[in-house]
Write a protein of this length. Structure first.
Lengths: 188, 188
DNA sequence: GTCTATAAGGAGATAGAC
DNA sequence: GTCTATCTCCTTATAGAC
């Protein structure tokens, strides 16, 4: 491994993978430095505490999620297709990561709302996801009718997707995400 | 405290409360015995390991949930009212427990699907919840029309409730559960 | 049932040498 | 950047005396 460059990034990527796959509390500092192939001194130089690493993990996932989503929807023109593609994006993410669910829901379940900063990062991410969805539904509204009031439709779709992602992490498949897509298709 | 009677129950109740409030991994054996007011020898006599305690915790919550639900719906006659009351039941549970979410979703998020027995208890609970919901919707169908195909309606309602319970644990309120109730009311 | 002692290991974090 | 040593504390679990 290269020894001087990309150390900070390698720490975060390794920690992110382990936090997601086996949980934050179940992941030890020693495992992170071993799998990242770096020294413990380097870790604490870049991230002064394990909690600090957690904050950067969540911020990183937030950026990765939305930039990936923008790219995934890049070519799509029809608003209704954007909605369908948004669910396809979640399906693809889950299938590429062994259906372990949503990073933010997992951390929230593990740490509760004890840490204010974590609470705000999780709630903020979910708010951004819902706002993103609402913008797509507004676009749909501008070209065709909606099957129910805009706000209710936004909440219904958001909550179904949330439930379906949780279901994916429980059952280890994307069946409910696909069901959600089917239901939405039949609503319009 | 009484020293010889109800020890086993007190262990399980204390462990259940702590597992739910601060998480399974964040709860130590020493804290359980301290808050239950029992000796460590007693704990390991009744529950040979912390994992064994976890299994009993999940089985106990399963029983508590469904017996409480049956009682809560006991007086209700109209099928559509059963559906609304089912959501009221979730609202009441969340508001009485600081909106920490679903016991089973939390454990699943913490332990993933590594432990087969836990995986089965969680997936089994969610299957039972969905089946319970499907029976109510079948009753509704027998007295009035449904706004969509029965299976799709069951999945949609189940997933919205799941998402709304997760949202409760993130935001610390039952807003999305109440929104879910409103959406369902408007669908019929 | 109670108590205390202890094993054996891992946690997060710090310090210093190279 | 690397390495090793160490500190303090906590973890699950067992054993034995009362």
């Amino acid at each position: 491994m290269k020894s001087n460059n990309g150390v900070r990034e390698r720490i975060l990527e390794t920690a992110s993978r382990l936090f997601y796959q086996q949980g934050f509390n179940s992941t030890g500092i020693n495992q992170i430095i071993a799998e990242a192939g770096i020294a413990i001194g380097s870790l604490y130089k870049h991230y002064p505490s394990k909690n600090d690493l957690l904050y950067h993990y969540l911020q990183h996932q937030e950026a990765v999620y939305f930039s990936g989503l923008d790219e995934y929807l890049g070519e799509v023109r029809k608003p209704i297709q954007k909605l369908i593609k948004l669910i396809d994006y979640r399906i693809e993410i889950q299938e590429q990561s062994h259906c372990f669910g949503c990073h933010f829901i997992k951390i929230n379940a593990e740490t509760g709302r004890h840490d204010e900063k974590v609470t705000q990062l999780v709630a903020g991410h979910k708010k951004k996801q819902r706002d993103y969805l609402e913008r797509i539904i507004s676009e749909i509204e501008s070209v065709q009718g909606l099957p129910m009031k805009k706000q209710n439709l936004t909440d219904a779709v958001f909550l179904m997707i949330e439930g379906a992602v949780v279901s994916a992490s429980i059952n280890g498949n994307t069946d409910d995400l696909r069901t959600t897509k089917k239901i939405i298709n039949q609503m319009f």
